[in-house]
Design a protein around this ligand. Sequence first.
Ligand SMILES: C[S@@+](CC[C@H](N)C(=O)[O-])C[C@H]1O[C@@H](n2cnc3c(N)ncnc32)[C@H](O)[C@@H]1O
Length: 197
Amino acid sequence: MKFRLKDLLLMALVFAAMAALLVLAYQFRRDGWLFWALAVLAAPSLAAFIFGAPFVPATMEAARGMTEAAGLKPGETVYDIGCGDGRVVYLAVRDYGVKGVGIELSPLVYLLARARGLLWRSGAEIKLGDFRWHDLSGADAVFCYLSGDVLAALETKLKKELRPGARVVSLVYRFPSWKESRSLTCGGLPVRVYIKE
Ligand SMILES: C[S@@+](CC[C@H](N)C(=O)[O-])C[C@H]1O[C@@H](n2cnc3c(N)ncnc32)[C@H](O)[C@@H]1O
């Protein structure tokens, strides 16, 4: 996968901020509240990294391909799980007139998404937190670019909560047991489409 320089810089920025927070937390380990404040800011990015879904932005070609593959109609509700800097959900709202919600675990990446939202003047709502805390039953379409344990946990949740007919578009990675309806290639990356039965 070919990254643009801007995306490489974004990833380096998030990684450096996480490392700096961890070092600072260690430095202030005897300073009760400051240690916890720094650790709470760094821990979600570290957890995403360990459990298989660190911040790696989709290329813009892939993001466009994902929104196209979802067959969105104006007024529908879309969720972007692990929305990163929000590029997929912002595109969906801007180009298809849908209601968009992005959920992002890492506070550092969440701040990037909010900053990008100001630039794009997008109406998408970005929520900070783990997707497991959110009810996804209102979604007509769901986007994700996750892997490992995180993707497996999302599969279980989607199978339980999504309404029949809802579409799920996963960039690159297959859900562990869900059979994909179709797949296409966008900007050299596989885009996998699932339909909830
Ligand atoms: C590979 S990046 C994809 C970013 C974005 N979706 C894109 O395509 O550009 C995965 C993102 O998922 C986030 N993430 C990982 N685990 C998560 C969880 N349990 N809940 C919400 N977001 C999560 C990470 O912080 C990271 O920003």
